[in-house]
Ligand binder design. Sequence first.
Ligand code: TYD
Length: 137
Amino acid sequence: MDSVVNYSEIIEIEELGDERGLLTVLEGNKSIPFGINRIFYIYNTITGVRRGFHAHYKTRQALVCVSGNCKVYLDNIKRKTDVLLDSPTKVLILEPNDWHEMYDFSADCVLLVLASHLYDAEDYIRDYEKFKEVYGG
Ligand code: TYD
């Protein structure tokens, strides 16, 4: 396993707008720093629910609240942070070694996730002890 720890980052995407309203564009291998192979969205989340609780071996992800807001707890062992996603122009890039938990979803939250790989249950690290073993250095 590569011992280099990559860091998550927040990207601000330009908002395109005119008298009709607003439009924001996300492009694979351009504004999003990887090719996009999968898109899913999380919505109608029950109040108080916390979800995620995993890292990956290879999948990179981009998270954006296209409606409402939520928070993301990140832990890459070297750094633990909480990020507020509260704008359709604020995109959080998650690296495979970012253990992440999403919480405090607003009732109107639609969390859009762009992923670099197709769904593969084998690419998930859901056990925190295993996560530390893989990425702890
Ligand atoms: P899960 O990974 O538990 O969601 P979260 O990490 O946000 O808490 O996913 C919920 C269910 O959806 C689980 O049975 C796996 C399935 N799923 C897919 O089939 N494909 C996907 O791309 C994703 C993200 C989940």
